[in-house]
Design a protein around this ligand. Structure first.
Ligand SMILES: [Zn+2]
Length: 248
């Protein structure tokens, strides 16, 4: 179980979680440094030794530095940095069918992935706070709908409906985002929805490091120092807003 210190604060209607993650101190000091120095892909290294298999072609390991409860990292057996249509379908199906799993989160190159060269995503028994926000419907067809979350300073698009349709639309949206030299995060929900969050960059000047899916999903990860404990709710919200503006 994740050792954590959570505080709930509200940004309009969104219950943001302010979370102190003790293991991130180690991650910041050891892992991030190590990963820039080594050329060997840690996931490829784990493929032979990991017996944990999902959907016959994905392996999974418990995350050493989880930012969510019971966070598991799922990775493709193939070393590649892009996902196929089938990969996306499988990611949705893993989250909807796996017992106890309530969310999935995908980070790609430019959106906070620690190992962007080997596609991987995280699943957890916890939901991202963003899913509880109110929505505004942008489009509705017979088979699917597109909406955006309201009450956020950045764009987050939710696709609901027929799996084949929302996967096709997600791929089109991701191609448009890439053509604008932007990146994105994808959140998968237990209901089989796909949430796409476009981003302009992955680094926040305030932290001087990558900001990943946790922040755009509504979790403010605190680590290295725990000054946030003394910060007022308004000060934390201001911090989150400046990170969001920086990356989205
Ligand atoms: Zn690899």
């Amino acid at each position: 179980m994740l050792e954590k210190y959570d505080r709930m604060i509200f940004l309009q209607n969104m219950p943001c979680i302010v979370r102190f993650i003790p293991s991130f101190v180690k991650r910041y000091n050891i892992w991030d440094k190590h990963i820039t120095e080594t050329s060997e892909c840690p996931f490829c290294k784990k493929i032979c030794t990991t017996q944990n298999i999902l959907f016959s072609r994905f392996k999974y390991i418990y995350n050493d530095f989880p930012f969510m409860s019971n966070q598991i990292t799922v990775f493709n057996e193939e070393h590649k940095d892009t996902f196929s249509r089938n990969d996306l379908i499988d990611m949705v199906n893993i989250v909807t069918t796996l017992s106890g799993c309530k969310s999935g989160g995908l980070q790609i190159k430019g959106s906070g992935a620690s190992l962007p060269n080997h596609l991987h995503f995280s699943i957890s028994d916890e939901e991202y706070p963003i899913v509880h926000l109110n929505e505004q419907k942008l489009m509705q067809t017979e088979k699917y709908s597109i909406s955006r979350f309201i009450g956020l300073p950045h764009l987050a698009i939710k696709l609901t409906g027929c799996l084949d349709c929302i996967v096709d639309v997600s791929i089109k949206i991701s191609e448009i985002i890439k053509s604008k030299n932007m990146s994105y995060n994808i959140i998968f929900t237990k209901k089989g929805e796909i949430i796409i969050i476009p981003r302009i960059k992955e680094n926040s000047k305030l932290l001087n490091r990558k900001v990943g899916i946790s922040l755009v999903g509504g979790i403010y990860p605190c680590y290295v120092n725990c000054n946030f404990k003394n910060k007022s709710d308004n000060a934390v919200i201001r911090d989150m807003l400046s990170h969001w503006r920086n990356i989205s």
